[in-house]
Design a protein around this ligand. Structure first.
Ligand SMILES: Cc1cc2nc3c(=O)[nH]c(=O)nc-3n(C[C@H](O)[C@H](O)[C@H](O)COP(=O)(O)OP(=O)(O)OC[C@H]3O[C@@H](n4cnc5c(N)ncnc54)[C@H](O)[C@@H]3O)c2cc1C
Length: 469
């Protein structure tokens, strides 16, 4: 039964399939949607993509190291990205490793206990196909790569709003705003993108915010901002000091446009890669309004006592982690997210592996690939060099590595699985080196080190971007 189930064929699942294939580990992939590409496939019913979306991290810092994108755009559109993931899957024969339109509905431990009393002896995976046919198979391990930005987080508000309410997860096209008075709640990356979309269609657009944000331009010094200063991380405090000043020089002070002053330092929450929103505020196309107090019919009352009338509210309130097919206890859930060694391994090493549960500025798909590579190396060691796997597991008994890079992240739910890309990738590399090289290991990563070195310009400090949140 030494076979792995892999759930999801988005960027993380494809990375998993590639790493398992290279390591020669047998697996079955399951994808609920009609094709590979995950949320980048706008036709995947679970996709939270919208028509105007483009990468917010630049192409070269985001792509898989062994498979550069053919697009020449610095920030390609979601359609180009879907083509890219399809091409990646085809180039390495990954598509045929997945059963498409097959949803995993249950992952349960097989009865009995493993040799050390905590590791499950395997997992029973139940899937249902698009025709409603249910099948069950047993696996030695299960990799969960079902995404982190699919399940909407919908806060509750006092009162009742009688207009239309929509969450960004359901938003596809700006046509929904035609002629309407729109209120966007939340100014994360999706909220700001969508507010900018709305400006061109709506009768009016207000953006309700609770806290201040740092706005990073897509270009600095004529280059995609996140391509500057790659591979030479500065200490957190120095980077925060310099980057806050660089941003202020380029984008000015967002407080001028009505945003509250951030009560945290840059990079302690995810930066907003959108300066168009500031342009529209400057043009008077858009207005910043305070946090919501309550709804009353079509009127929204704000925390400062002001109010406005609206036809449509767009909730840009983010997403919540969701692994609905497995009991939370198996993933060591704390309140907001599973607490996992390296954001991957439940501390009991029960044979579940979470792939893609990282939010980070600029980690890209190569960062997800490196997670997959570590999982594959661990699985290979568990099968062929168990003493190495045992030693690896023991590391989880020691204090866990600090993945924050020295940044004090805000205590928000979505920051509970946030990592600093440099600290994370360094730790992954160090731990990968403790495991015997699995067959093919390094093939897909070697290009990444080369890319990091070759893209290192003069040691200026400039803002990171990428990820979402
Ligand atoms: C608008 C938007 C813009 C973004 N921009 C960037 C960016 O610029 N840079 C960046 O790095 N990241 C960006 N992201 C983050 C994005 O989440 C990642 O790029 C990436 O898609 C994560 O890949 P994933 O495979 O982990 O998850 P997903 O892409 O969500 O894929 C998960 C897959 O699992 C499948 N699945 C789910 N449940 C089941 C089940 N029960 N059974 C079988 N299959 C299942 C889904 O159908 C899906 O195909 C953006 C996200 C959004 C929404």
């Amino acid at each position: 039964m030494n076979r792995i189930a892999l759930i999801g064929a988005g960027p993380s699942g494809l990375a998993g399939a590639r790493a398992l294939s290279l390591a020669g580990i047998p697996f079955d992939g399951f994808e609920a949607g009609p094709d590979v590409g995950g949320l980048w496939n706008i036709d995947n019913p679970r996709s939270t993509m919208y028509e105007s979306a483009h990468l917010i991290s630049s192409r070269t810092t985001t792509e898989f190291a062994e498979f550069p994108m053919t697009s020449t755009a610095d920030y390609p559109s979601h359609r180009e990205l879907l083509d890219y993931f399809r091409a990646y899957a085809d180039a390495f024969g990954l598509r045929e490793r997945f059963r498409l339109e097959t949803r995993v509905t249950d992952v349960s431990p097989l009865p009995g206990k493993g040799g050390d009393g905590s590791r499950a002896p395997g997992w029973r995976v139940t899937v249902v196909t698009a025709d409603g046919e249910t099948t069950t198979s047993d696996y030695s391990g299960v990799i969960l790569a079902n995404g982190t930005l699919a399940e909407p987080k919908v806060p509750s508000f006092r009162g009742t709003f009688t207009g239309e309410i929509m969450h960004t997860s359901a938003y596809k096209s700006a046509k929904v705003f035609d002629g309407k008075r729109v209120l966007v709640i939340g100014a994360g990356n999706s909220g700001c993108d969508i507010a900018v979309d709305a400006v061109h269609h709506a009768a009016s657009v207000d953006l309700s915010v609770r806290r201040g944000y740092y706005f990073v331009p897509r270009y600095l010094f004529g280059r995609p901002s996140d391509t500057l200063n790659q591979g030479r991380p500065l200490p957190a405090r120095i980077k925060q000091f310099i980057d806050a000043r660089v941003l202020r020089a380029f984008t000015g002070d967002p407080v001028r446009f009505g945003f509250p002053k951030p009560d945290y330092r840059i990079y302690e929450s995810h930066p907003i890669v959108n300066t168009m929103v500031l342009n529209h505020l400057g043009q008077g196309d858009l207005r910043v309004v305070p946090d919501i107090d309550r709804f009353d019919g079509s009127t929204v009352h704000f925390a400062d006592g002001s109010s406005g009338a609206y036809d449509l509210i767009m909730l840009a309130t983010g997403y919540t982690l969701d692994y609905p097919f497995v009991d939370r206890a198996h993933l060591n859930w704390t309140t907001a997210s599973p607490r996992l060694f390296l954001n991957i391994f439940p501390p009991s090493f029960n044979g579940l592996y979470v792939l893609g549960m990282i939010e980070a500025s600029g980690i890209g798909w190569q960062g997800r690939y490196e997670q997959a590579e570590l999982i594959a190396a661990y699985l290979a060691a568990d099968a062929e060099a168990p003493e190495h796997a045992t030693r690896f597991r023991r590391r989880a008994d020691d204090p866990w590595p600090d993945l924050t890079g020295g940044y004090r992240y805000l205590g928000l739910d979505r920051m509970s699985y946030y990592v600093n890309k440099d600290a994370y990738r360094r730790t992954m590399k160090r731990l990968l080196a403790t495991l015997p090289a699995a067959a093919g290991q390094g093939t897909a990563s070697r290009a990444s080190s080369a890319a990091l070195v070759s893209s290192t310009p003069a040691a200026t400090s400039t803002p990171d971007e990428g990820g979402r949140a």
